[in-house]
Design a protein around this ligand. Structure first.
Ligand code: ATP
Length: 301
């Protein structure tokens, strides 16, 4: 079943079209990374799906149900704006209360468990007004998942968090993924998206320019793979032949005594090179592969 399906979904503010006829399909159980520069329209898109703003045109289904739909809201997890936390409540009361409001009440133990998952267990009884920015952010993530929803929207879940908290949140996202939840997350951290997400959508000027797995994006942008191989010295009788062979196997050959670097088009070529070295009985000590990063792909858009 599709967790998210949008059909020609659009939003304009006066004459400014911010989301422009987006057709998007997200399968159940995916972690979709939604990327785009500031002002690309990511939050506007999410806000339509979560019922915060009305689309100007088009339609959407969430978990197979036409939106907006009050029944399906229970199954949506949304990170609130941090300013909308109730400052006079403790973190635990806050979660308890919001789970009630969502229509899926939870036990006190569930609140404690979720606070643990986001790394806030030591602050469970502290009033949220006294929380730091990072703590508020973690509580916002806890709020998105407290009622065990099926479809979770995370808007920049780790920006502004310290390194340890980022690891915590990534673990939580992976855990939710293992439980079969669908996660739709925006991030400005390309490294994070590459590490955590199963598919990536790149948004620009209100459109989704490209969408796919990291491998698909790499293939689309036809970027090359750089392989560096450290090996035992090549016999001088074989050196010339070996060099010629490598030159036809790839580009930009940089050959030193016991190491060479070559740009190749696919992983298959790497296997061919390793086989060729074997034929010449050259021992391989180390193979390093450098692929185009999401950063390079993103900048091409
Ligand atoms: N309520 C609004 N009224 C008018 N214009 C708006 C409104 N909300 C958003 N916009 C405009 O829509 C465009 C897209 O904004 P949006 O917040 O969706 O971008 P974003 O991709 O989420 O950006 P960021 O990465 O900075 O969060 C921006 O030009 C913004 O000024």
């Amino acid at each position: 079943m599709l967790a998210i399906e949008t059909k020609q979904l659009s939003k304009s503010f006066w004459r400014n079209t911010v989301v422009d006829n987006i057709d998007l399909q997200v399968e159940t159980g995916e972690i979709l990374g939604f990327l785009g520069r500031n002002g690309a329209g990511k939050s506007t898109f999410i806000n339509m799906l979560t019922g915060i703003i009305q689309p100007s045109s088009g339609s959407y289904n969430l978990l197979g149900v036409k939106g907006p739909n009050d029944t399906i809201k229970k199954e949506l997890g949304v990170m609130p704006d941090y300013s909308s936390l109730y400052g006079s409540m403790s973190a635990i009361k806050h979660l308890h209360y919001l789970a009630d409001v969502s229509g899926k009440p939870v036990t006190r133990q569930r609140c404690i468990d979720v606070l643990k998952l986001v790394g806030l267990e030591a602050h469970a009884n502290k009033k949220t007004a006294k929380f730091s920015f990072g703590m508020k952010k973690k509580l916002a993530i806890a709020q998105a998942v407290i009622h065990d929803p099926q479809l979770i929207f995370l808007d920049e879940p780790t920006s502004g968090l310290d390194a340890e908290s980022v690891i915590h949140i990534h673990q939580l996202i992976r855990q939710l993924h293992q439980q079969g939840k669908t996660i739709f997350m925006t991030s400005h951290n390309l490294d994070e998206v590459e590490k955590v997400c199963s598919r990536i959508a790149i948004m620009k000027d209100g459109n989704i320019r490209k969408m796919g797995s990291m491998e698909e994006l790499r293939a689309y942008y036809q970027s090359t793979i750089t392989v560096t191989i450290k090996h035992a010295p090549i016999r001088s009788a074989d050196l010339d032949t070996m060099q010629k062979w490598l030159q036809q196997a790839g580009n930009q050959l940089d050959m030193k005594d016991s190491q060479f670097t070559l740009q190749v088009e696919s992983e298959k070529k790497i296997a061919e090179i390793i086989r060729a070295l074997g034929t010449y009985k050259i021992d391989i000590y180390r193979v390093d592969v450098e692929e185009p990063s999401l950063e390079e792909i993103f900048l091409e858009e």
